[in-house]
Design a protein around this ligand. Structure first.
Ligand code: SF4
Ligand code: SF4
Length: 389
């Protein structure tokens, strides 16, 4: 059936195409699909301006706010935006224990399995091919996470889920354990309606956030959010390092406490299922890992996009937070041998947290040899911490 001809001949068959597309979604590996109008996201733009003025951006966003909110700047004559959601797992089948001498870190669920950018691009490509078979004149531009548009704003407008107080999109069917992507098209598909907000009076996510990064319902200060902090490459301030705990990449706390996610764990998308040893890895081997091994182990996951440095820095922080003296020798090696100042300075902080004679002696020796001013300062602070306790 040629939908363009049918539309031109007077019958509006775009409704039919949309319903056929909805019915085909699961065959295409898509768990939920909806359609949004391609009108500018005017209200979002105002929120983004304010967000920027308050210094709450992560720095990873598309800087041009017009491009983020006006589909017509990205696509010639946009007629609709198709939003898709793909559900992912929230539970490890048999989580290994973190034990003294064998401490483990945790990767957020968004880093389990294959990189979701790749998986979602595959689903969008399949959807595009499906549509093109029916409408050869299709023009389409797909985006996942790193595109200019806000995946969440599109998903909300397309009725995929509501925009929740924890800043995620919650779908009634899958909870917030969904990856989002979208496709701008030249097809005048009828838009869906947004669904009703379902958080009500609940504030569990805001109350549970370890860093108070949820500064209000649906308002995130990215600079304080562990999910973003774990992806940075520089030094992390003392208070945030303590609160990172053993998180190596991302943070799921505001989603795991959400009652809408209770009992929800999705195992049907094969590529997204976790490898337990990668999802909860031993910390010391991570510290020893070279580039080649890191790429071969983590290269296919979403956690690799910033390279190994942030994850190794976070492993150092996690070992400090465990205060396990058996980790001291490994941290001393980082402090004295690692060529990266941020790693040496962070190892000093962790040794300060662990304390004890071995840590103190290593810090004192490193202070004499260290040439980097910032690292020196951190070694002095760590020594002070040991002396004060
Ligand atoms: Fe807070 Fe973690 Fe949620 Fe960020 S991801 S808002 S740090 S609970
Ligand atoms: Fe909404 Fe409560 Fe879930 Fe937060 S924890 S997102 S307030 S339902």
């Amino acid at each position: 059936m040629n939908y363009t001809d049918l539309a031109c001949s007077g019958g509006n068959r775009w409704d039919e195409l949309k319903e056929e597309m909805r019915a085909a979604a699961s065959e295409l590996g898509i768990d939920k699909i909806g359609v949004a109008s391609a009108a500018p996201f005017t209200e979002l733009k105002q929120r983004l301006i304010r967000h920027r003025q308050l210094g709450r951006e992560s720095g990873f966003e598309e800087p041009d706010l017009d491009k983020r909110t006006e589909p017509a700047l990205l696509f010639d004559g946009p007629q609709s935006i198709i939003a898709i959601a793909v559900a992912y797992p929230s539970k490890l089948p048999s989580p290994p224990k973190s034990e003294p001498g064998a401490r483990r870190g945790v990767m957020s669920r968004s880093a389990w399995g294959a990189d979701y950018h790749k998986v979602l691009r595959d689903r969008l490509a399949r959807l595009e091919a499906w549509l093109r078979e029916r409408v050869p004149e299709l023009r389409a531009e797909s985006m996942v996470d790193t595109g200019e548009l806000s995946d969440r704003a599109v998903a909300e407008r397309a009725g995929i889920g509501w925009s929740a107080k924890n800043c995620s999109i919650i779908t009634p069917e899958w909870g917030s354990w969904v990856y989002l992507g979208e496709m701008i098209t030249n097809l005048p598909l009828p838009p869906d309606s947004p669904i009703e907000e379902g958080c009500g009076s609940c504030t569990k996510c805001i109350d549970a956030c370890p860093t108070d990064a949820l500064v209000g319902p649906g308002q995130l200060d990215s600079q304080r959010c562990i999910s973003f902090v774990t992806q940075t490459k520089g030094y992390v301030e003392d208070e945030l390092m303590r609160k990172i705990g053993n998180r190596l990449y991302g943070c799921d706390t505001c989603q795991t406490v959400c009652p809408e996610n209770r009992g929800k764990n999705w195992t049907h998308q094969r590529e997204l299922q976790p490898d337990t040893e990668l999802a909860k890895p031993l910390l010391v081997p991570l510290l020893e890992m070279g580039n080649k091994e890191f790429t071969s182990r983590y290269g296919a996951t979403s956690s690799a996009w910033r390279g190994k440095k942030p994850i190794q820095r976070n492993s150092v922080i996690a070992l400090g937070n465990f205060k396990d003296p058996s980790a001291a020798a490994h941290l001393v090696r980082i402090l004295t041998d690692d060529p990266r100042p941020v790693l040496r300075g962070t190892a000093a902080w962790s040794l300060g947290r662990i304390g004890g004679a071995e840590a103190e002696a290593a810090l004192a020796a490193a202070l004499h040899k260290e040439m980097d001013t910032e690292v020196k300062m951190r070694i002095e602070q760590a020594l002070q911490q040991i002396i004060l306790h």
